[in-house]
Design a protein around this ligand. Structure first.
Ligand code: NAD
Ligand code: WQD
Length: 340
């Protein structure tokens, strides 16, 4: 099938583009490069040996979005495009609501107009909010969040459930990612955060490559085995495979919209991640214990059984795999992607 990948130049999108091409699908990338660089697409082309049609547009522009569907026959859409920095969303809520909702409105309008039925949406474990019991199950309701970014995921899910329920032929998979890390085994593509990384593994990787002095471990007095927070880290390659499984499942899906957790089901602590990264690098990394970070939950991890049962998908990679692959990418590209 031909799959339109919105946000296909971004971290998770780029890995999924390669997985789609590897499985024999055709791909069209749409990205405005607000948080990525066009050089990503050159690397994807050289890794896959295939030409990738690219539309450098802002998806909130409904006419331009529709135009792509007029010019290109599309069978399915994987919608990654969106702004994703939690802290920034607190500072700029309107920008987050506008970008993350308007881009979905444009895409879904164009899909309806052009009779495209299958959509895979990037949701997040953040929709479980602070009160869901562990492990997080798709049965949990109501969804909520503690920041505007997370609310854009809650709202997008609701929009897609409502539209799919009333649009004949429309099927949506809402994929709730846990903590994606890792990189393609080639070391050619990976996560390239702009500015100071907010997330743990990109930060450790920049300490390891000498761009940052030391890791601050935010709190070691949580009620967890070693006192540091537990998260469900998932390799981006496993995540990419989950999108393929979801796309293939959509035709068989009984509900018009259905949510799936994409996680391993295991909680790994901040200190365990640091130790795994040290093993990948081959030496200790400087760190210090710092105060807790506001808003952090002590532990989050998935119940991934629905995805296994219904999509036939299961995460396969270990935390060591994730750190080895992140380090291969970071050490080969200490400053991320070049500008041109
Ligand atoms: P990313 O920032 O690397 O990729 C998103 C891409 O979308 C970027 O290339 C950006 O330029 C593009 N984009 C943003 N707004 C756009 C617009 N209006 N029009 C066209 N392109 C636009 O992020 P990622 O880590 O690859 O995340 C992909 C998706 O997965 C996002 O929706 C994110 O919220 C979601 N998600 C990410 C994580 C994570 O930890 N990385 C976790 C859960 C969910
Ligand atoms: C993991 C752990 C930190 C940095 C965020 C978003 C979430 C989702 C994924 C999109 C925590 C600790 C971190 C550092 C540290 N994104 N840490 N020192 O907070 O689980 O999730 O990204 O949907 O919505 O909130 O991930 O990587 O920021 O933190 O000690 O320098 O690492 O306190 O315990 P988080 P994270």
């Amino acid at each position: 099938m031909r799959v339109l990948v919105s946000g296909g130049a971004g971290y998770i999108g780029s890995h999924t583009v390669l997985a789609l091409l590897g499985a024999g699908h055709d791909v069209v990338v749409v990205d405005d490069f607000s948080n990525s660089k066009p050089t990503v697409v050159n690397r994807l082309e050289s890794l896959s040996g295939k030409h990738i049609p690219l539309h450098g547009i802002d998806l909130t522009d409904r006419d331009k979005t529709d135009q792509i569907f007029s010019e290109t026959e599309v069978d399915a859409v994987v919608h990654f495009a969106g702004l994703k920095a939690v802290g920034e969303s607190v500072e700029k809520p309107l920008e987050y609501y506008e970008n993350n909702l308007d881009s979905t409105f444009s895409l879904v309008r164009a899909m309806r107009r052009h009779g495209v039925g299958n959509l895979v949406f990037s949701s997040s474990a953040t929709v479980y909010g602070p009160n869901a019991p562990l492990p997080y199950s798709e049965e949990w309701w109501p969804l909520e969040s503690s920041n505007p970014y997370g609310w854009t995921k809650v709202f997008n899910e609701q929009v897609l459930r409502d539209v799919a329920a009333t649009t004949p032929g429309m099927k949506v998979a809402l994929l709730r990612y846990f903590n994606p890390i890792g990189a393609h085994p080639s070391g050619q593509i990976g996560e390239d955060p702009s500015g100071i990384p907010n997330n743990l593994v990109p930060y450790i990787a920049q300490v390891a490559v000498g761009r940052r002095d030391l890791l601050k471990v935010y709190g070691d007095d949580y009620d967890t085995p070693d006192g540091t927070c537990l998260r469900d880290y998932i390799h981006v390659e496993d995540l990419a495979a989950g999108h393929l499984a979801a796309l293939e499942h959509l035709a068989r899906q009984e509900d018009s919209a259905r949510a799936y957790n994409l996680g391993t089901g295991q909680g790994t602590s901040v200190m365990e991640v640091l130790r795994a990264f040290e093993r990948a690098v081959g030496h200790d990394l400087p760190h210090e214990i710092a105060p807790r970070r506001a808003g952090d939950l002590p532990a989050t991890y998935a119940d991934p059984t629905r995805a296994e049962r219904e999509l036939g998908w299961k995460a396969t990679k270990t935390i060591d795999d994730m750190c080895v692959d992140t380090w291969r990418w970071q050490s080969a590209n200490p400053h991320g992607y070049p500008d041109a």
